[in-house]
Design a protein around this ligand. Structure first.
Ligand code: ATP
Ligand code: MG
Length: 414
């Protein structure tokens, strides 16, 4: 029955992978908090307009990838494909712009209707940060530094590279856009259908095209750097200086664009060779025009998002589960005492596995399989003396211990 399969592009996440994903998210949250970013959560779905207005009618996300539906009340809603639009909406609807600057971290599921493959799913997870109300290049430097720190903490510094570009301010962008369109018009017939459609509506996005014919044409396109005015140049120089001061290595990639109109100045991606076509693991940039485009007071912003699954795939690190302590009744009539003991120890903060069934040796086997650090074995004779057996499962030693000192004696196994 087709209904018993997960929907294409969605997956069940079992404990081993769950630990890996959580490790990525926890590391990101921890690193973000060292930089002063606090976690927020916006709803998983929003009015479709929130994304349509911010991502633009021509972006891949809006034209092809959104999960949109009409709800029972007739509202047009969309499962969020990314996190920034929701946070900008929150800033406006919550009147938060009174307290700038704001530094937010978020994590959670995102939804895009894409062709599933390794590292590309229809439901996936992102961690991301947004720095709102800081128009200075130091903001760009700090968030890139945070991205680099996260990758380092995950052990990924060696297999990722930072690519950097500037899109300049709005004036420079317009100048560049005109030069680009003039160039592309001359090659119009050779462009892919998608790119021809973008030529009128969103030509910058063509630079992002993965089509090989397009790529050849793009190779000869004018360079962004030739269209920058002095303000844009100074801004970029300051960002580069900050990265240099911090010893963060990057390469310049003049074809790196965030194709959306509200992006300006810094655009960057941390990429890897190790995940095939899914090469971008963490991507971001400055979006000073976003909040005003949504109808709020103009508020500068800069941020990034990273795919949790891609980071976990790349780190490929086994995260061990918590090692429990097993509580094992030696005979069936000790089960009530074991139940009470397990509960009390949990209240004291221990991770306890209660052995549910089988004889003593079966229950011990299960404790070993769970990689328990220790087992407390409750036998009737010892219980009569107010004692139990404590077995160190790494060392194999077993001692009789008084029940009233149990919690203290277990402290080393926590
Ligand atoms: P791509 O070029 O791979 O499609 P993108 O430009 O659409 O990426 P962003 O919108 O910048 O990606 O999202 C930030 C990050 O989220 C990506 O770098 C990637 O790690 C992750 N990501 C994006 N789409 C997916 C997906 N469908 N499945 C898993 N991870 C994804
Ligand atoms: Mg994409």
């Amino acid at each position: 029955m087709a209904g018993l399969q997960p929907v294409r592009g969605t997956r069940d996440i079992l404990p081993e992978e769950s630990r890996q994903l959580r490790h990525v998210a926890d590391t990101a949250r921890d690193m973000a908090s060292r930089f002063g970013f606090e976690e927020v959560a916006t709803p998983i779905f929003e009015f479709s307009d929130v994304f349509k207005r911010t991502l633009g009618d021509t972006s891949d996300i809006v034209t092809k990838e959104m999960y949109s539906f009409t709800d029972k009340g007739g509202d047009e809603v969309t499962l969020r494909p990314e996190g920034t639009a929701g946070i900008a909406r929150m800033l406006i609807s919550g009147g938060l712009a009174q307290n700038l600057p704001l530094k937010y971290f978020y994590q959670g599921p995102m939804f895009r209707y894409e062709r599933p493959q390794k590292g590309r799913y229809r439901q996936f997870h992102q961690v991301g940060i947004e720095l709102l109300g800081v128009g200075e290049p130091l903001g760009d430097v700090e968030i890139i530094a945070l991205g680099a720190a996260l990758l380092e903490a995950l052990g990924l510094s060696d297999n990722t590279t930072l690519e950097l570009n500037t899109l300049g301010n709005a004036v420079s962008r317009t100048v560049y856009r005109d030069r680009l369109v003039t160039y592309l018009q001359d090659h119009r017939d050779a462009l892919s259908e998608d790119s021809q459609a973008r030529l009128a509506r969103n030509p910058l996005r063509i630079l992002d095209s993965k089509n090989s014919g397009d790529r050849e044409i793009i190779a000869g396109a004018p360079e962004f750097s030739d269209s920058l005015d002095s303000e844009s140049e100074d801004f970029f120089a300051a960002v580069r200086n900050g990265l240099k001061v911090l010893g963060i290595v990057y390469s310049l990639n003049s074809r790196l664009v965030r194709g959306l109109d509200y992006y300006c100045h810094t655009a960057f991606e941390f990429t890897t060779e190790a995940l095939g076509a899914q090469g971008t693991v963490l991507a971001g940039g400055r979006y000073d025009g976003l909040v005003s485009q949504m109808g709020g007071t103009a508020t500068p912003g800069v941020g990034w998002a990273a795919g949790i699954e891609r980071l976990a795939l790349l780190a490929d690190k086994r995260i061990e589960p918590v090692r429990p302590i097993a509580v094992i009744p030696a005979t069936p009539d000790m089960e009530d005492s074991a139940l009470i003991m397990a509960n009390n120890l949990r209240k004291s903060g221990f991770a306890i596995e209660l052995a549910y069934r089988g004889n003593l040796s079966r229950r011990m086997k299960r404790a070993n399989r769970l990689n328990a650090r220790a087992a407390v074995i409750l036998g009737p004779d010892e219980a009569a003396k107010g004692a139990a057996s404590l077995r160190d499962l790494d060392g194999g030693t077993q001692t009789e211990v008084p029940l009233d000192a149990l919690a203290d004696l277990l402290a080393p196994y926590r």
